[in-house]
Design a protein around this ligand. Structure first.
Ligand SMILES: [Fe+2]
Length: 162
């Protein structure tokens, strides 16, 4: 995953907040995927999607002066596709990663462990970065978190009662 991480850091050059964000989401996603024993191909898709998931923020800010999730979901996939193709990711892998980039703010119809864990990892980081209050964190746990490892990470992060 090193070359993709390096390319994404270059893409986000000068924006340490977004570089830190994707590195954290990537770490949580990798850990949760490993703990949930994902098949190797799904794990790789998850990790790559975590690295590039917010790739649509930069163009959304330029085009719409907004980083709204809906803009990101439109702007992200084509740029992700270009980057992944340049790094010689296989076509079927690129397809799924771009789907995940385009849906990571959509929480209904989560259709796979890669999708589920990407959403959980992004929440783990966003709940902290946005200083979310404990009541809201508990609500997110109930509504979003489904994997054992993701829930454990959330409970540990915020010292939640089991
Ligand atoms: Fe994110």
């Amino acid at each position: 995953m090193g070359p993709l991480v390096a390319a994404m850091m270059e893409y986000e050059r000068g924006v340490p907040q977004r570089i830190n964000h994707f590195l954290k989401v990537y770490s949580f996603a990798k850990l949760i995927g490993e703990q949930e024993n994902l098949p190797a191909a799904v794990q790789e898709t998850l990790e790559a999607a975590a690295v590039v998931h917010d790739i649509g923020i930069r163009p959304s800010l330029v085009k719409y002066q907004s980083s709204g999730g809906n803009f990101q979901e439109i702007e992200g996939p084509p740029i992700a596709r270009e980057l992944l193709a340049r790094l010689a990711f296989p076509e079927d892998r690129i397809e799924r990663i771009c789907f995940l980039v385009g849906h990571h703010h959509t929480y209904q119809d989560i259709d796979g462990d890669d999708y589920r864990i990407l959403v959980e990892a992004d929440f783990l980081v966003n709940l902290y970065e946005e200083k979310t209050d404990k009541q809201s964190v508990l609500k997110v746990r109930k509504n979003i978190f489904r994997t054992k490892a993701g829930t454990k990470a959330l409970n540990d992060l915020f010292a939640l009662p089991e």
